[in-house]
Design a protein around this ligand. Structure first.
Ligand SMILES: *Cc1c(COP(=O)(O)O)cnc(C)c1O
Length: 227
């Protein structure tokens, strides 16, 4: 399959999973994760109608955002681990940050542009029992949501994000994420985004209510080797 066929195939699978869950097709956004791929691939995706892109490294996000500034309507989603000293650069390039996992990062993103138009942010949830993995523990979500809502007026809390734990059935993990989303909505009532679902598990994520899918290799093909 070529790029157009892979994109069409994934979109058909998304449409069928949405129908199976009796969800309206426009309530899900398919983000194409283009990390490690060159800007030329993004130009090809753009020609196929793709507008939402995901990147997980600040330098790569910044470089591609600049290289592709001539394409109107692109929306850049930062989905990687954010460092506070890169907050200014992330804020300059991203339309949404899916990976806010601590108050310090939220503070840095706010301080980078306190008077700018609000930046959409998602709170990343750790669905494993291992505190070393990315994301905040579910028990800490109300405090983090409250902090961002009160202390970071240039950020808009839109919901939650997670990666399903490796080697586990994704369905119960995504059910825990749906619970976490409800916890955040108790603090920020209109925070109704759930960013979940990758190449291997996006159908399970749709069944659990995901509103933003982050799909890479099923659409782009294998990622180039990187250093
Ligand atoms: C790379 C990545 C994805 C996409 O992964 P695929 O398995 O290629 O679909 C999604 N989310 C995050 C956070 C990623 O880093």
């Amino acid at each position: 399959m070529d790029l157009a066929e892979r994109l069409a195939d994934v979109d058909a699978r998304i449409a069928s999973a949405m129908r199976a869950s009796r969800r309206a097709p426009e309530t899900v956004t398919r983000i194409v994760v283009t990390k490690f791929h060159p800007p030329t691939l993004i130009e090809s995706l753009y020609a196929l109608g793709v507008r939402d892109l995901g990147e997980n490294r600040q330098q790569e996000l910044t470089a591609k955002h600049e290289a592709l500034a001539g394409l109107p309507g692109l929306r850049w989603h930062f989905i990687g681990q954010g460092q506070t000293n890169k907050a200014r650069a992330i804020r300059a390039a991203a339309d949404a940050v899916h990976s806010v996992d601590r108050a310090k990062l939220a503070d840095a993103l706010h301080a980078a542009a306190p008077d700018a138009a609000p930046l959409d942010v998602l709170l990343q949830v750790n669905l494993t029992g291992d505190p070393g993995r990315g994301g905040t523990q579910p028990a800490d979500l109300p405090a983090l949501a409250g902090h961002v809502a009160e202390a970071c007026p240039s950020l808009r809390v839109r919901g939650v994000m997670a990666v399903a734990p490796l080697g586990e059935d994704p369905a119960p993990a995504f059910a825990r994420l749906a619970d976490a989303a409800a916890v955040v909505r108790a603090v920020v009532p209109d925070a109704d985004w759930i960013s979940a679902g990758m190449t291997g598990d996006f159908e399970a994520a749709i069944a659990a209510g995901a509103t933003h899918l982050r799909i890479g290799s099923a659409i782009t093909g294998p990622r180039p080797v990187h250093g």
